[in-house]
Design a protein around this ligand. Structure first.
Ligand code: ADP
Length: 158
């Protein structure tokens, strides 16, 4: 049986914290599909196509990782991909309540879908796409937090 998991998110842009989760999750399954959410509540800095391209470049060495965009419900994307697992990262207690609510709702809608949480590596526990964008907007050095291609893309945006 092919074990597929999806890792949905905004990835605006992808950070080393996301990549850490991707690396660990991809070792557990046959295929990990990163789902870039096109219909997020707040307008993203990078377009959907840009976010997909940046992730593809960052994961190009990981053979069982695919990148796609999707809109609509995550559970429907999971169904489309035949995925039984949904991957999310937990950074701090503040993530927990929100993530638990979503995981339980998704499980209620699709009883075959289980959410797997990866606790963040300590070195990235403070890291978020928003913080990276803020640093980049003030011309700070983002190289500890993102890959080279993302750093270059951020420099072009600001
Ligand atoms: P969303 O808007 O869906 O929260 P994000 O791109 O912000 O999208 O995050 C996608 C997933 O990655 C979430 O589960 C989030 O908790 C996780 N994540 C974000 N940053 C980190 C990090 N530094 N370490 C581990 N997981 C993270």
């Amino acid at each position: 049986m092919n074990k597929t998991a999806i890792y949905p998110g905004s990835f605006d842009p992808i950070t080393k914290g996301h990549l850490d989760v991707i690396r660990r999750a991809s070792s557990l399954v046959d295929e990990l599909v990163i789902g870039v959410l096109a219909n997020s509540a707040k307008p993203p800095l990078f377009s959907t196509e840009e976010r997909v391209a940046l992730i593809k470049e960052a994961v190009k060495d990981m053979e069982n990782v695919k990148v796609e965009s999707f809109s609509g419900l995550t559970v429907d994307f999971a169904r489309m991909k035949n995925a039984k697992f949904l991957v999310r990262g937990l950074r701090a207690v503040t993530d927990f309540e929100y993530e638990l609510q979503i995981a339980q709702t998704n499980h209620k809608i699709n009883g075959e879908l289980d959410t797997i949480f990866f606790t963040t590596s300590v070195e990235y526990s403070y890291l978020s796409s928003s913080i990276v964008k803020e640093i980049a907007s003030y011309k700070g050095d983002v190289s500890p937090f993102v890959t080279e291609n993302v750093k270059n893309a951020l420099e072009k945006k600001f």
